[in-house]
Design a protein around this ligand. Structure first.
Ligand code: PBG
Length: 334
């Protein structure tokens, strides 16, 4: 009868190792551990209750109090870190809240590091867009362009302010050229030579950030970020170049963002650098799954775990994900 064509290759039956759950578990070599996950959190100044984010069901803008509770829950679940975003009440052209010692992010940082700083790594996003009234990631020239070099001074000041408030990792996300070197020099000069920099190195101008801009109230008031964030149409080599430059400037770890649509970049960066690599599963990746799951169109838990596994398989050590605490609970059960 019809012979199995593979019989010509006697050893080749890849299905053997898939037969039972125990076999699959034994041979799996891509794992996601709670400690690999980093939870992004938003804290808003001047609100009395946590404020739900419409486009990110399950995610809120925290009060200082509710943030502490969320940080505790993450630590309890074994999550490896959290990354804090501040949303100030008042914004201005230079993003003063970014380096104001009494600014919301600095105050919340001190709270959170005091509470959970020994149990997980408390990181801060370092950018100006949450603090500027125009919503861009840097200072503007009179012509309305983002002024790279003038912005570096603002990032340096924000890095020192975050360091003084107790951050354990600064994560610059503004995509200015030379930002890692400027921040490293400022931190060293202020006595923070031991504070690591996790650079958002390969960060693309992406529609997947849409829901985040509601969460952080930072949509650009004119134009977009295409003149400083990377273009999706360029090959992975550009992401590698950005990552190598950041490492040369002193980055201790690098990030690729978004994750899912840029897994090729993630793989290429992971192969090119010898520092830890993070990937950020961003707000739009979260929102799409939540929307489809709410309709009953996908198996929410399986699809989340499959995505996290895919991101790890592509080369990420750490994964920033809004599902960090919940997913950590599932992973414990595995
Ligand atoms: C910039 C920053 C952004 C995100 C993280 N840091 C927004 C942007 O670049 O427009 C997006 C994260 C997400 O979409 O989940 N401070």
């Amino acid at each position: 009868m019809s012979a199995f064509p593979g019989a010509a290759f006697p050893g080749a039956r890849p299905r053997r190792l898939r037969r039972t759950p125990a076999l699959r578990r034994l041979v799996a070599d891509v794992r996601v551990r709670p400690a690999d996950l980093v939870l992004p959190v938003f804290v808003k100044e001047g609100i009395a209750e946590p404020h739900p984010i419409g486009s990110m069901p399950g995610v809120v803008q925290h009060t200082r109090d509710s943030l502490k509770k969320a940080a505790h829950e993450a630590a309890q679940a074994g999550v490896g870190g959290l990354i804090l975003f501040g949303v100030p009440e008042v914004k201005d052209a230079r993003g003063s809240g970014a380096d104001d010692p009494a600014g919301i992010v600095q105050l919340a940082l001190a709270d959170v590091t005091a509470e959970v700083g020994d149990d997980l790594v408390v990181m801060t996003d370092l950018c100006l867009d949450e603090y500027t009234d125009h919503g861009h990631c840097g200072l503007l020239t009179d012509a309305g362009e983002v002024d790279n070099d003038a912005t570096l001074e603002r990032y340096a000041a924000a890095a020192v302010a975050q360091a003084q408030a107790g951050t354990q990792v600064v994560a610059p996300s503004g995509m200015m050229d030379g930002q890692v070197a400027a921040i490293r020099a400022a931190l060293d000069g202020a006595g923070f030579a031991q504070l690591p920099v996790l650079a958002y190195s390969a960060k693309y101008a992406s529609a997947f950030y849409g829901p985040f801009r509601e969460a952080a109230e930072c949509a650009p008031q004119f134009g977009d970020r295409s003149a400083y964030q990377q273009d999706a149409g360029r090959g992975a080599d550009e992401g590698v170049r950005e990552a190598l430059l950041d490492v040369a400037e002193g980055a201790d770890a690098v990030m690729v963002k978004p994750a899912g649509p840029y897994l090729d970049v993630l793989r290429a960066v992971a192969e090119a650098v010898d520092v830890p690599v993070a990937a950020y599963q961003v707000s739009g990746e979260y929102a799409m799954v939540e929307a489809a799951a709410a309709q009953g169109w996908v198996d929410r838990r399986r699809i989340i775990l499959e995505q996290l596994t895919g991101i790890r398989r592509a080369g990420a050590g750490m994964v920033l994900t809004y599902w960090a605490t919940e997913a950590a609970g599932w992973l414990d059960e595995q």
